[in-house]
Design a protein around this ligand. Structure first.
Ligand SMILES: Nc1ncnc2c1ncn2[C@@H]1O[C@H](COP(=O)(O)OP(=O)(O)OP(=O)(O)O)[C@@H](O)[C@H]1O
Ligand SMILES: [Mg+2]
Length: 331
């Protein structure tokens, strides 16, 4: 499965690892000053909520936790909102999202009286708190929580609206373990792949592959021993896996439960199980045509990268890379 990256040893690739590092730094990655700004904004809200909880120990909100790419270190430069999970005690609150969200808006307005009321509103499957000064939108997803020590609770999947039992802190722990084994590089290849997926969402009708699934496939490869310190071969390894497996092989992890806990029956066209919950196939919304399309675009990416390796001039190689990473790719 691991690709021989030196098929043509007599040629040297026009696009080097240093070029890819620069592209990632300049285009793909969220700049560290912004990371700081976003984090401070969320920490500020969290601290305010914690003070409120101390004064009102029976309050229905239990905790506010950064949950998405910013928390995992996989955010792209194009991010415009921060994902936050809000743990809400089940009893006394509406059980359906459509009623829960407007109810949360009212409760959040009470909890944060210093934020203008019109800056807290329902936004799709979340409640948004929009900060005028910093221009940051904090997107709050409720989690129905019943006191579990590992912070298991029910969240509504943003794409499908399905209710799922899971634990955000255990997800963060899961990613952290892989990051520790391959500092910098594991998340960098994830960010490059997320960037690739954004390009395909823009130019390939019907294409969808959510970030969390990219991360889980990357975790599987890392656990299988793939090294990501060379970004070109890291990307190729991901695409080769998609091509060879067709994503027809079940992916699961034993960090939090044994594989014997997984359901015997097939749970979807693609099965990529939540590493913290054996009943949750995170890929359960992927259709057969999306799966085929994904394999197709992975093959195209592999072709373009193979071609780029053998280009005689840098400008030709850049063109090949632009097919994969979009028109802003440069070297
Ligand atoms: N179906 C799901 N099952 C379990 N947890 C989920 C599910 N969907 C999202 N999550 C949780 O929400 C987090 C955020 O995932 P999401 O796919 O929204 O992307 P992200 O990491 O914020 O990336 P980006 O917003 O940059 O695309 C995940 O890390 C996971 O903890
Ligand atoms: Mg996100």
């Amino acid at each position: 499965m691991i690709m021989n990256t030196n098929t043509f040893e007599f040629t040297t690739s026009e696009i080097t690892q240093a070029d890819l590092v620069s592209f990632a730094d300049e285009r793909v990655n969220l700049k560290s000053d912004k990371v700081e700004k976003f984090r401070n904004q969320v920490n500020n809200l969290r601290d305010q909520l914690e003070r409120y909880i101390q004064e009102h120990p029976d309050f229905i909100f239990k905790k506010l936790q950064m949950s998405g790419s910013l928390a995992k270190g996989t955010a792209l430069s194009t991010i415009n909102d921060v994902d936050v999970a809000l743990y809400v005690k089940g009893d006394g609150s509406p059980g359906e999202l459509a009623e829960l969200l407007p109810w949360l808006v009212e409760k959040l307005r009470e909890t944060f009286p210093s934020i203008p009321r019109d800056r807290i509103y329902v936004d799709g499957p979340c409640v948004c708190i929009s900060f005028k000064g910093t221009g940051i939108d904090v997107e709050i997803s409720p989690i129905m929580y019943d006191g579990d020590p590992n912070w298991y609770g029910y969240l509504w999947d943003r794409r499908t609206g399905k209710k799922k039992l899971t634990s955000i802190p255990l997800h963060l722990e899961f990613i952290r373990k892989r990051k520790e084994k391959q500092p910098k590089h594991f998340v960098q290849v994830i960010r490059l792949l997320k960037w690739w997926a954004r390009q395909r969402e823009d130019d390939t009708p019907g294409f969808a592959f959510r970030s969390f699934l990219i991360e889980l496939v990357m975790a599987k490869l890392a656990d299988d021993g793939v090294q990501f310190d060379d970004y070109l071969s890291g990307l190729e390894n991901f695409f080769v896996y998609i091509q060879n497996s067709g994503l027809k092989k079940r992916i699961a992890f034993t960090d939090n439960y044994p594989t014997s806990k997984l359901p015997n029956e097939k749970m979807g066209v693609v099965e990529i199980f939540d590493p913290v919950s054996s009943e949750n196939n995170v890929a359960d919304d992927v259709t057969e045509s999306q799966r085929k399309l994904l394999v197709d675009v992975a093959e195209k990416a592999l072709d373009a990268l193979a071609y780029a390796r053998n280009c005689q001039t840098k400008s030709e190689a850049i063109e090949c890379w632009q097919e994969v990473m979009g028109s802003t790719f440069n070297a």
